[in-house]
Design a protein. Structure first.
Length: 585
């Protein structure tokens, strides 16, 4: 790509920092993070250098799924503070030129939302806001739910993402309603025009308050397959394949784009499913169709996962590369990538893709280098910039997440799993709760997160891994993130350069170039990353130019001026070493 062909957008050049407010910073001592706690740390975010904050849900909610079950989209949960607190946060961020995007959760609501209460009661205006169906004859299908009228099975055999049937029986309406997640999260019926009108109105309401965009939760589930069928080849359906990328999803999002979106907003859609077809991805991101800025897919997040929360599988570096390479190639001409390796729904990346033992610091920097030098917008999940690790869970009582607890308890009850101890290692590695332990601000009690009893356990390693220690150490992961963010701001090639992978089948080294044609010639990055705990020799291809300056590395500073190895094309990388060379004509 030439710099004259660049379609510049602020959200392409940005670094996004995700805040899970329940675990970020507590100021009132109730053990739950709050919005005043975020306001208190705005200068921290500014010092780190991020451009955008993505705030996970802070709306009124009964917390069946930690805020992703919304009872009122226009009010703030008491635990988090008030709307005045939220307005102070927005102002504090904007004063520092940091934008704010909110979570949009509109595939489903809470069963305590006014819309659902009226729908359950049969109110004419809200009767069809959700998916209500009569049950089936249990004998005819040889299967029934554990609850509901005798002899009656749910309308179809879909399973919830959180375990068990995707239908719940309601005694008041005497029908079943669809919930692809927890039973307290009934799915909205987007086929109903008034549902869409209500969603567009609430989006406009938040835009008028001054936000800069939305992260859209499970947005590719909003269109359900015609008739909500069973799959005869897969009688237990499976929400992972049934409702994704439904028949009207592009119609609904295109309508949203026409009605409320603007190309200057940052909009990122979370897209569930084992693989998003690229033709769908391009439509989601086409400004003349669905108009999203970017999307989150899960292909790389499923490499080491089995079908259940207690199952794991092996992954290789070449497989991880293949996912990133496919998406870069697929969206190179039309679209834009998001770059992430962890978030509030995923384990800590240094424990998952790096080495959280001897090479924790080095591997955290390698993973950070990858995310900040590929083509796309990098997302930093709170604590990632410290190299925070997974939590050493020892009992089921330590978990809080329904996506961990419900499936495992069901499996134990059904005899599919003997006990927690029998699958402990996999559960510890896979659980979303790894990302939800409190932010580690200091070595003090409760990591400086709260003066009360934290809602979830604090990682014992906070005495060594914390903000205070990281900021005091110039060679820390935190300072390395600052350098990466500064590098992105300094060189256009980091954001807009073409990506060319080297050695795609190599399972030890991830290497690539980024190239941008300029008026004066060409600007290039050469990035070489060792993903092992051993020294690795790398012979660069002959067509990689030999002149360049080492602008970033995760080993000693005195190596930063040494580009002698690049000149020969023969590199010797230390365990978990990262090198970024800059070249210009």
């Amino acid at each position: 790509m030439a710099d004259s062909d660049i379609e510049r957008r602020w959200w392409k050049e940005a670094v996004v920092y995700q805040i899970y407010p329940r675990s970020f910073n507590d100021t009132d001592g109730d053990g739950v993070g709050d919005i005043p706690g975020i306001v208190e740390k705005v200068d921290y975010l500014d010092d780190l250098g991020v451009d955008v904050v993505w705030l996970c849900p802070v709306y009124e909610s009964p917390n069946a799924d930690n805020g992703y079950d919304i009872a009122d989209y226009r009010s703030i949960m008491d635990e988090f503070g008030t709307m005045a607190d939220w307005e102070r946060l927005l102002a504090a961020l904007h004063d520092r030129d940091i934008r704010l995007i909110m979570d949009l959760v509109v595939n489903h609501t809470s069963d305590e939302h006014e819309w659902f209460l009226k729908s359950r009661a049969g109110d004419d205006e809200y009767e069809d806001f959700y998916w209500w169906r009569e049950g089936r004859d249990a004998e005819a299908v040889d299967w029934r739910a554990t609850e509901g009228p005798d002899g009656e099975a749910p309308p179809n055999a879909w399973r919830s993402y959180f375990g068990g049937p995707a239908w719940a029986y309601d005694d008041e309406r005497e029908e079943w309603y669809l919930h692809l997640f927890d039973r307290k999260q009934p799915d909205l019926n987007w086929e109903h025009e008034r549902v869409r009108e209500e969603v567009f109105e609430l989006m406009e309401w938040w835009f008028e308050k001054g936000i800069d965009g939305f992260r859209m939760d499970v947005i590719n589930l909003i269109s359900k397959p015609d008739g909500l069928p069973n799959d005869p080849d897969d009688p237990f359906g499976g929400a992972m394949t049934g409702p994704t990328n439904g028949p009207r999803v592009h119609e609904f999002l295109s309508e949203m784009n026409d009605r409320v979106l603007d190309r200057d907003y940052l909009t990122v859609g979370e897209m569930l499913g084992p693989e998003i077809p690229m033709e769908h991805a391009r439509r989601y991101l086409n400004p003349d169709e669905d108009g999203l800025s970017m999307l989150f897919h899960f292909e790389h997040m499923l490499l080491d996962r089995g079908d259940d929360i207690w199952e794991r599988s092996e992954w290789s570096l070449s497989e991880l590369k293949a996912v990133f390479n496919r998406w870069d190639e697929g969206l190179a001409e039309e679209g834009w990538n998001s770059l992430y390796l962890n978030n509030h729904d995923q384990p800590r990346m240094v424990s998952r893709f790096g080495d959280d033992g001897e090479y924790r610091r080095e591997s955290a920097k390698v993973l950070a280098t990858l995310l900040h030098t590929l083509r796309g917008t990098p997302y930093v999940y709170q604590g990632e910039e410290l190299g925070m690790t997974n939590y050493p869970f020892e009992s089921l009582d330590e978990f809080r997440d329904v996506d961990t607890l419900n499936p495992l308890r069901n499996a134990i009850e059904d005899g599919e799993v003997e006990s927690f101890d029998a699958v402990k290692e996999a559960i510890r590695a896979n659980s979303r709760d790894n990302a939800r332990t409190p932010m580690q601000w200091s070595a003090e009690e409760n990591a400086g997160f709260t003066e009360g009893e934290p809602w979830i356990g604090v990682n014992p390693n906070h005495e060594e891994i914390n903000v205070a220690a990281e900021r005091a150490d110039p060679d820390s992961v935190w300072h390395y993130y600052r350098d990466l963010i500064a590098l992105r701001e300094e060189y256009d090639v980091v954001v807009y350069g073409d990506y060319e992978p080297l050695f795609p089948e190599d399972d030890a080294v991830w290497a690539y170039t980024r190239t941008l044609a300029t008026a004066d010639g060409e600007e290039r990055l050469v990035v070489v990353l060792n993903f092992t705990d051993a020294e690795v020799a790398v012979g660069l291809p002959d067509d990689v130019p030999r002149e360049g300056t080492l602008v970033l590395g995760n080993y000693a500073d005195d190596e930063m001026d040494d580009d002698a190895e690049l000149a020969t094309g023969d590199l010797l990388l230390q365990p978990w070493e990262a090198r970024v060379y800059h070249q210009s004509a």
